[in-house]
Design a binder for this molecule. Structure first.
Ligand code: G6D
Length: 343
């Protein structure tokens, strides 16, 4: 087990550090203090996520590559939210919606180093961010800890802990774009994907949930592993505005998500405490951005599996809300297990 850190760059007056968690076997994870961003997941000598080489690209291009997304991940459809009888005006950074915590989202903040730990079978780093009252319009000062742990079984866990001094909505997730091929120039459409979900959320033209529907006999049935491209017919109504999968799935109790590349033999198994996973296949990823390994970006180059609470919960009567109260504590955990079938 090894822990290292380096200087990565500067953002406003903050030095941005990179923390490297290495299990001295097959898994090395590199995390930035900017947005708690996972810049690289190196498994068996190859990087399996999309990332940049500099701070400016993370800030200016807003792809959310590898970033922690919050205070509220996903889209909030209303400008006003009412908490304990008080109306709060949210920042609308995507037309009339507040996307991924608004312009002042957690992804674009300098997080503080809290601690690192090494044990016989794991190495971790914990980052901290204090989100001030009314950041992007959200009520209350929220203190968040994000703990990343790499284990000797080639798994990575991400845990979030948060407290607030006033009732506020909160939904946190990680926005890594996975590509399990050995070559990031190959798209993810022939990755096999399994999602243990009986229903998904239909979206309107602004990608706001309108109802939960069964996946039976729809392109959203991933209960048995299939290639991502198998049923992704862009002429279908569900994909008219999203140009592919960009949808929340309501996970069954087992919460099993599996991704697999036949080309590399690499698989990723995801377990989570969260009730939902948003499947986004980088349908709208800007082209020709320069990645950290010198490659250029293109559509369908990475697949995001954003484990989280129900999106737009505050505004959708059919979804349970995500209000954190001062007497409560927010906690969520997602584990990413990497394997190679040849092992
Ligand atoms: C696009 O609609 C998608 C979102 O789901 C994604 O999180 C974002 O790009 C990065 O807006």
């Amino acid at each position: 087990m090894d822990y290292r850190e380096t200087y990565f760059g500067k953002y406003k007056n903050y030095p941005i550090r990179e923390y490297i968690l290495d299990n001295d076997k097959n898994l090395i994870v590199k995390i930035l203090s900017l947005g708690g961003t996972i810049r690289e997941i190196n498994y068996k000598g190859k990087n399996r996520v999309l990332g940049f080489n500099n701070v400016d690209d993370y800030i200016n291009l807003r792809t959310y590559f590898g970033a922690i997304v919050g205070r509220v991940a996903g889209r909030i459809s209303s400008r006003l939210i009412r908490i304990d009888g008080v109306d709060y005006k949210l920042n609308q950074n995507e037309g009339t919606t507040c996307l991924h915590g608004g312009q002042e989202g957690f992804s674009f903040k300098a997080w503080e180093f809290e601690e690192s730990k090494i044990s016989d079978n794991s190495v971790s780093v914990t980052l901290k961010y204090i989100s001030p009252n009314l950041e992007s319009g959200f009520p209350g000062e929220v203190t968040v800890f994000a703990k990343y742990t790499v284990y000797d079984d080639d798994s990575l866990s991400i845990e979030y802990f948060a407290k607030t001094n006033k009732a506020t909505p909160i939904t946190l997730t990680n926005h890594s774009y996975f590509n399990l091929n050995d070559d990031l120039n190959e798209d993810i459409l022939d990755h096999f994907l399994k999602i243990d979900a009986d229903s998904y959320l239909k979206l309107d033209e602004k990608s706001i949930p309108v109802k939960a529907v069964s996946v039976e006999n729809t392109p959203f049935d991933f209960k048995r592993a299939k290639m991502i491209k198998s049923d992704m017919d862009l002429f279908l109504e569900d994909f008219k505005y999203t140009k592919g999968y960009d949808h929340p799935f309501i996970l069954n109790v087992e919460k099993c998500i599996e991704l697999y590349s036949e080309k590399s033999g690499i698989s990723l198994n995801i377990e989570t405490t969260e009730p939902v996973v948003v499947l986004y296949c980088s349908n709208k990823l800007e082209k020709d951005l320069l990645l950290s390994n010198g490659e250029k970006t293109f559509n369908y180059q990475g697949v995001c599996l954003e484990t989280q609470w129900y999106p737009d919960a505050l505004n959708q009567d059919f979804l349970p809300d995500n209000i954190l109260k001062p007497e409560g504590e927010y906690y969520s955990k997602t584990i990413y297990r990497f394997k190679n079938i040849s092992d």
